[in-house]
Structures are given as structure tokens and as C-alpha cells.
Design a protein around this ligand. Sequence first.
Ligand SMILES: [Zn+2]
Length: 361
Amino acid sequence: MRYARQTVLADLGQEGQAAFAEAKVLIVGVGGLGSPLALYLAAAGVGCLGLVDADRVSLSNLQRQILFQTPDIGQTKVTIAKNNLEALNPDVRCVLHPVFLDNQNAEDIAKDYEIIVDASDNFETKYLLNDLCVKLNRPLVYGSILRFKGQASVFWAERGPCYRCLFPRLPREAIPNCAEAGVLGALAGVIGSIQALEVMKLILLMKDRLPVHHETLLGRLLSFDAATMTQTINRLPKDPDCPVCSRAREDIVLPELDLSCALETEAVPNLARDWQNYRWIDVREQGEWDQGRVPNALHWPLSKLNQGLIPEKISGPTVIYCQSGVRSRQALKRLKAEDFVAVLHYPEGFGGWVGPVERGK
Ligand SMILES: [Zn+2]
């Protein structure tokens, strides 16, 4: 009875449902996209869901990451996700990978899954996932969101283009992420749900059960604009000179990721609680600083750091913060290059700060 509303669909039926139950899907990123996606796949009875995410739930996640609730703040995301998904549907088994995906662990984690879903929020991971999927010959269900716009596609080099056929290389200049540019939670719901639909169609396709009048987003890019409620679909050509999918699979070398910032903050997850044990450095500009800051913080605006005005070395464990975690990450790279040690950045930024605030000039 649980699946009655979908097995009654002639295009799915009991056999399609059996294919769902056997499927193994890896979801990389249990956040804004990963939440609706995982909820719908679990509810539909997709048998095995791998969940990759090293983060903990924070207050500013709750606006869009609907797998989590306020009492979950501070808990490991994948653990809460597993509890909620398996409570939603005990037929589903969640396999937890509480790590950041990198070129060392990616193949080992992904090889047991048939379909990989990109629900990540950063370009480095998107490129890694693309190359991984080409190498392992797996379909990649792609999604991304920023401000009011979202995109989705399916990349599968054996049957169509890969992500690098479109965008051969990681952009050199920093592209804002959702923390900096903002996003509406419901948009994550739209794109995450589209990704869930594509996963279900791919499961049927891989079992030769996809009805002929259905079509996946393989080789097509769907762009959705929530501000105007318009949707466009563009055909994506395969690039015969693509730097990745034109090569033999065994020759593909996975790119190295710079996740040093993320790994270090994970090792110190309770910065907000233990804030008094650290020296805090605010890299925001004067106007932001005046409106409120972490008590006793030092003020080193990023604009000054970027002009090469590097302050004296400081001792003891230090945390850099900005408003949303983007500038602090840049500042961290800058200071590491100047041999500052024991420096972390605070990915939540002052926007997610729940501790005491000092105001005034
Ligand atoms: Zn390609």
C-alpha cells in the first residue's frame, strides 16, 4: 500500500517499483538540494541511499535544508538525515559517508553506487564528481542553484556530454556560493525535486524500463528562473576535444581539491560555544564592523589584506570570520601563504553567529 499511488502508474508498475528497491544512489551533499532529493527518493522506495557530507547542522541551514529541525543544530548532518529518512521509510537503507569527497576517497566511496547525484554547493566538488563519473562510467545527476535561478542536467559521457564538455575548467575567479549570494529555500526544493525525478527515470532507463515517451535530461540543460517562472531547455553538444571525456577512462586523473578550510573547521566544530578560547579576526569592512562584531575581535578588513597589508604575526588559536564565510576563506588562504599557523575560518560567518555581540565604533 505504501507505493500504491506510484505503482498504479502504468509507466512504473510493480516492476518499476522493484527496480527502485534494488537501486543504489549516492547523494553528494546533504543540504539544500540533498534534503528534498533524499526525502523524495526515500519516500519512493529507492533501496539504498549513500549520503556524503561532513558538515554539522547550523542555524542558517534550516531556511532550506528541510531534512533538519531546530533541535538538530550541532549534530552531524548525515546521522540526522539517516534517522529521518529511515523513519520515513524503513524499506530504505542509508549508508553514511561523513567525509568531504576528495580525489583520495571518491572512487572508493562511489564504486558501489549506480547513479551519482551532485547536490554539492561548490565548483571544486562539481568538477571532481564529473571526472569521477566519467572514469567510473556512472550517470551524474547535476543540480545547482544561485539567487533565483537553478539548473539541472544529466551527464553521462558514454551516452552524451559531460560537465566539462560545457565548462572545461574550474573558473579562476571566485564565484559566489549561496552563503554569499543568497538563495530561496523553495528554489532548492524545485531543483532537488527535479533531480529526484531524473534519478527515478535513470533507474528505469538502466533497467531498460523507461517508457519510450519519457526523456531524461541526458544531454539537455534545464534552466529555471523563479523570479519570472520561466523554464528553458538547451541541448548540450558533446565536445570531441573535451579534456576529460575524450580520454580513455583509465587515464583520467581526479583533480585535487582545496578543502583545507573545511577540514579544519570540522575538526573544531564548536567554535560558537568555545568562542572565548580563540582570538577572533573580523575581515569585514568598517560599516559592517560598526554594526556589531564578536567581542574583543581584531579588525583586519579583507580590502587591506588584499593590498598586502599583512598584520604582525599573532599567537594562539585564531578564527577569521566575515559575514557569510566567503571572504574569511579568502583571508585564510592569504594568511596561510604568509605562514600564519593555527588559523581557522568560521564558515557560518557573522550572519550565523549566535554568541554575544559587541557594538559601536
Ligand atoms: Zn566531456
